[in-house]
Design a protein. Structure first.
Length: 114
């Protein structure tokens, strides 16, 4: 499975961004996809996940502000980020989980600053 993340950039506090993760390869094996982020000097943390059944889960810090969604074929997963805060600044990574492995895409930088 290959993952290509895009959509990062510079945004002012309170603004919005939409990240995309395009999946290719053996995507029929994917059970869960998600977004993680890593801020400077901090460990990578889980932001949101979505299962093959459509169940979603979010870190408490982004609940009510971020929405994860996907197309039915697992070709693309999106992360809609609203009401962005400076503490959301990080490199965002998409990941895909199958029964046998975890796959990571390259990161996309999100900077929230005035």
């Amino acid at each position: 499975v290959q993952l290509q993340a895009s959509g990062g950039g510079l945004v002012q506090p309170g603004g919005s961004l939409r990240l995309s993760c395009a999946a290719s390869g053996s995507i029929f094996n994917i059970n869960v996809m998600g977004w993680h982020r890593q801020a400077p000097g901090k460990q990578r943390e889980l932001v949101a996940i979505i299962t093959s059944g459509g169940t979603t889960n979010y870190d408490d810090s982004v609940k009510g502000r971020f929405t994860i969604s996907r197309d039915n074929a697992w070709n693309t997963v999106w992360l809609q980020m609203n009401s962005l805060k400076p503490e959301d600044t990080a490199v965002y990574y998409c990941a895909a989980v199958s029964a046998v492995s975890i796959y990571w895409g390259q990161g996309t930088l999100v900077t929230v600053s005035s």
